[in-house]
Structures are given as structure tokens and as C-alpha cells.
Design a protein. Structure first.
Length: 263
């Protein structure tokens, strides 16, 4: 019988638009766990990946999680949503996940485990836990970086049909099991030749490096603002909530007036 933590998987709404890229394999894996298959076994049975999922108890005491994965090719896995989604991302982005692990292991070998991760490890962790990857026209990316919410989501709304946003961070996916307006992704721009997951995965594996991620090359996106992802955002006033769609700051640190605010 599945554990109480694994039964949280029953709360996943596989019809949610942000889960569309994951639904085929993910729903089957969740069903196996809910039927009583141990979560690491369900992840292993879902197809070939460059790692093996094992119970959390296999992680040796005192050894860093990322270092163990790098050395052993084994991912310690707890029951529940967080590590389930981590496994699911390994299946769809195996090259990028492997690259992130290599970069983490290199940083650990260089600096050891410190009380604070440092800029590179922090950037790597942010990507792994909370990133979304976006392939989009320049105009969309520029509006996102500028936090010009009215232009991004209202004026340029038809242009989202030419974009693809895929949630990558497993903590981000976990949070969205219980959607709330304030959930925000760290968006990383992908310039892959195609919209396919395989194309994005290969591009990311080649592009990701510690120096780049140390600079936090992310744009912040409240994901329920994405057109088609939440019924309430069909109304332009949805984006007027400055506690979520925050105003860009001037060089003096003072928020500018949002394009969605009245003069």
C-alpha cells in the first residue's frame, strides 16, 4: 500500500495546462505509486534515464546529496510530491538534469559544503528547484524582463501562441499542486531550434554553466498569469494586483508606475 506521503500524488490535477508536457508519463508513474509500487521503483520503471532512483536511506550519512548522485548515478528519493516531481523532470530533461548535477558536484569539490552555498551553487539550486524555461519571441522576453505586465499579457497576448513555457523546477511543480496567484517562477530563456522537450533539453545541457547561473540570469514570472493557464487571467484587471505583478524599480530603487495602473 502507498504511504501517506505518496498519497499526496492523488491531489495532482493532470489536466492543469502547466502539466501538459508531463501528463503522459507522469500520470502513469503517479498511478503506479498510488497502486502500491514504491516511489523509486515507479520512477525506474517509467523508462531509461542516466540515473537510478533509490530509497532516501541509501544516501550515506555526511555525504552531500548532489555528490552522491554524481559518484554513484543513484538519486536518493523520498516518498511524496517533491521527489516525485524531481524524478519526473529527470525523465523529460535527462541531459539538463545531468549537467546541473555535474556542475553542483564540481562546486562541492572546489569549495566543500559551506553554511552558505555561494553564488554558483545558489544559482544552480534556484534553477533546479524553481526554474521555468521559455522559448519566446524577443518582444515577449523583453516585456517579461521589464515587468511590463500590460504589454506582456494584454497587448502581446496573441504572441504567446508562438512561445513555449515549460516548468522545470520540481519545487515549483510541487507548489502548483495547490495553485495560488503568487506562485512565481525563475524564467530562463531558451534559444533552442525547436519547441520540443528534447530540443530544449539538449540546448540547456550545452548552455548551462556555473558562471552564468551565478549571475542569476532569470526573469520573474507569476505563472498563473500565462494566457490559457488560469481562467481569471482572461480579465486584464487580473494583472493589476501589484502584490503579485510587482512594479519594476528605478535606479533609485523606487517602484515605477505599472502600465496596468490608472494615472
Amino acid at each position: 500500500m502507498s504511504s501517506p506521503a505518496s498519497r499526496d500524488l492523488a491531489e495532482i490535477d493532470w489536466t492543469a495546462p502547466w502539466l501538459a508536457p508531463w501528463r503522459g508519463r507522469g500520470e502513469a508513474m503517479a498511478g503506479s505509486v498510488l497502486a502500491g509500487v514504491a516511489q523509486p521503483d515507479a520512477l525506474n520503471q517509467a523508462g531509461a534515464v542516466p540515473v537510478c532512483f533509490v530509497p532516501q536511506s541509501e544516501l550515506p550519512a555526511g555525504l552531500a546529496y548532489e555528490k552522491y548522485i554524481f559518484d554513484a548515478g543513484r538519486v536518493p528519493t523520498r516518498d511524496g510530491l517533491h521527489d516525485f516531481f524531481n524524478g519526473m523532470v529527470w525523465h523529460s530533461f535527462p541531459l539538463a538534469k545531468k549537467r546541473l548535477n555535474e556542475l553542483q558536484a564540481t562546486q562541492i569539490a572546489r569549495t566543500g559544503i559551506q553554511p552558505e552555498r555561494g553564488p554558483a551553487r545558489d544559482g544552480l539550486t534556484v534553477f533546479d528547484e524553481n526554474a521555468a524555461v521559455l522559448r519566446a519571441p524577443d518582444a515577449l522576453w523583453e516585456a517579461l524582463v521589464a515587468k511590463d505586465w500590460r504589454r506582456l499579457f494584454v497587448d502581446l497576448r496573441p504572441l504567446w501562441g508562438q512561445a513555449r513555457l515549460v516548468l522545470f523546477g520540481h519545487a515549483l511543480l510541487e507548489k502548483l499542486v495547490y495553485p495560488r496567484k503568487s506562485i512565481t517562477a525563475h524564467v530562463y530563456r531558451v534559444c533552442a531550434a525547436s519547441h520540443s522537450l528534447a530540443g530544449m533539453d539538449a540546448w540547456l545541457a550545452n548552455d548551462l554553466n556555473a558562471d552564468k547561473l551565478a549571475r542569476k540570469p532569470f526573469a520573474h514570472l507569476p505563472v498563473l498569469g500565462v494566457p490559457g493557464w488560469w481562467a481569471a487571467n482572461e480579465a486584464p484587471a487580473f494583472y493589476d494586483d501589484v502584490s503579485v505583478f510587482r512594479l519594476p524599480k528605478t535606479s533609485a530603487g523606487v517602484p515605477t508606475r505599472s502600465a496596468t495602473e490608472s494615472p
